[in-house]
Design a protein around this ligand. Structure first.
Ligand SMILES: *[C@@H]1O[C@H](CO)[C@@H](O)[C@H](O)[C@H]1NC(C)=O
Ligand SMILES: *[C@@H]1O[C@H](CO)[C@@H](O)[C@H](O)[C@H]1NC(C)=O
Ligand SMILES: *[C@@H]1O[C@H](CO)[C@@H](O)[C@H](O)[C@H]1NC(C)=O
Ligand SMILES: *[C@@H]1O[C@H](CO)[C@@H](O)[C@H](O)[C@H]1NC(C)=O
Length: 421
């Protein structure tokens, strides 16, 4: 098939009907809704690569609960993310729609920034809203990255409470980055204009202290599961791990032979394991679908701070090359290869005829087949693309509307520094 013009996707695992080991336990009375309304927990890793965990082949990463989940569950080894950066990938995940249809794209930026007035359009139906209509209780915690304010710096217009989430615990509405590091490793960090910890719609810490975030998120999650154990519930846990700058709590610092990145994976894995253990203890594991995946590929430009794509080529498209790698307006009808080995105009190579690979025999896309033998295939792919184009309505880009007055500030008199534990 054709080479995609951005390189991404990563890892999806699922536990379906995770087996309880305690055969000696008294059998639980099945819930009325058991067969048709499972609880759903969606756990999203941030910038994690396909090759980042032991059970996906990483040579030095410690084996952990996420690997146990992979071995007991179903592994989806050929799933594709809708985009190579956070906001569009998450927008697509929550709505099931392509980012260009949502307007979650831009000429100047590719992710929502705290000084944009836009976010995931409230007119879109999220998975949380859809499940609420089916009587699910919904909740989320962690990284949002789909917009904050619209008209004032406190209106929280785009926050998850306005997108169908009943419970919203501790969230990071913007995202993680080096500018939020608070360990003293970098100059001028943490930057209070980028690093906010909210609880529901209110800032509770600005800039946030990163080290205990994962414990905080897991605490919220366990509480939510206990409160809603009678189900059905939908819960979205968007982790900060293993996005740079690779903070971890004291318990996991130095836990990995692989270094700080490995510590991150170990903490992430612990979080997944804690959630599954809680489900087992409440005896609802068999009524709960747990999905673990990454938002897209690893950020290889960060070198040792980045994940591992495993056998796959390339990674998360670096934002600084975005204009080069993704020509404005997402042109189509051509075949592009975003080859990041050359940083510059050569970054994008157009292929006509397209490169054709046998993904079963050659998942690494190393051996293009002779296109002259695939006329019928090329024609049918071309028809699919034309049909798609004909039905595609591109929403105007939302990421180009800046207003610095929208940057959240918990308290003007303290220069936006707050810590309300
Ligand atoms: C949701 O709850 C309402 C009110 O109890 C009920 O009428 C409806 O059938 C429920 N829907 C589903 C999908 O269970
Ligand atoms: C993180 O948690 C540890 C253990 O509970 C605590 O000692 C430490 O003060 C916390 N750090 C921050 C910044 O809250
Ligand atoms: C999480 O909950 C545990 C147990 O209640 C508590 O000891 C710990 O301090 C909490 N951690 C954070 C970061 O709130
Ligand atoms: C802002 O900070 C000042 C100084 O610490 C404090 O007196 C005031 O109560 C704070 N305002 C709010 C709304 O928290």
């Amino acid at each position: 098939m054709m080479a995609m013009y951005w390189a991404f996707v990563i890892l999806t695992l699922a536990v379906v009907g995770h087996q309880s080991q305690a055969d000696s336990r008294t059998p639980r009375k099945p819930r009325q809704t058991e067969s048709d309304q499972p609880n759903i927990i969606m756990i999203l890793a941030d910038d994690m690569g396909y090759g980042d965990i032991a059970s996906y082949g990483h040579p030095t990463q410690e084996y952990g609960p996420v690997d146990v989940m992979a071995e007991n569950g179903l592994r989806f080894t050929q799933a594709y993310s809708s985009d190579s950066v956070c906001s569009p990938s998450r927008a697509a995940l929550l709505t099931g729609r392509l980012p260009v249809r949502l307007g979650v794209w831009g000429e100047t930026h590719r992710v929502f920034l705290p000084w944009l007035t836009t976010g995931l359009p409230r007119s879109e139906t999220t998975i949380a809203e859809a499940l609420k209509m089916q009587n699910y209780t919904t909740g989320m915690v962690g990284k949002w990255h789909l917009g904050i304010n619209q008209n004032t710096k406190t209106d929280g217009f785009h926050l998850p409470t306005n997108h169908g989430f009943d419970f919203v615990g501790h969230i990071i509405p913007f995202g993680g980055s080096y500018s939020c590091d608070n360990t003293g490793r970098y100059d001028n960090t943490p930057d209070p204009t980028k690093c906010f910890l909210y609880y529901r719609d209110e800032i509770v810490q600005q800039p946030y202290y990163q080290e205990n975030l994962t414990t905080l998120f897991v605490n919220d999650t366990v509480d939510f599961i206990r409160r809603n154990k009678d189900g059905p519930f939908f819960y979205y846990f968007a982790m900060m791990h293993p996005h740079a700058p690779l903070f971890s709590s004291a318990q996991f610092k130095g836990s990995s032979a692989r270094g700080a990145y490995g510590d991150n994976i170990n903490e992430l894995s612990w979080a997944v394991g804690t959630i599954i253990k809680e489900l087992e203890e409440l005896e609802i594991a068999e009524d709960t679908l747990v999905v673990f995946m990454s938002d897209h590929g690893p950020h290889l430009e960060y070198c040792l701070d980045a994940g591992d794509p495993g056998i796959f080529r390339a990674d998360k498209t670096p934002e600084e090359f975005a204009d080069v790698c993704l020509p404005a307006g997402y042109p189509s009808g051509h075949y592009f290869d975003c080859n990041k080995k050359s940083v510059s105009e050569e970054c994008v190579t157009e292929h006509d005829p397209p490169l054709i690979f046998d993904l079963h025999a050659d998942p690494t896309e190393s051996w293009p087949l002779d296109p002259s033998k695939f006329d019928a295939l090329i024609e049918s792919v071309q028809n699919l693309i034309s049909d798609h184009e004909a039905g595609l309505i591109r929403a105007p880009p939302l990421m180009d509307t800046e207003n610095r007055d929208m940057i959240p500030c918990c308290n003007e008199t303290t220069n936006c520094y707050c810590n309300y534990p």
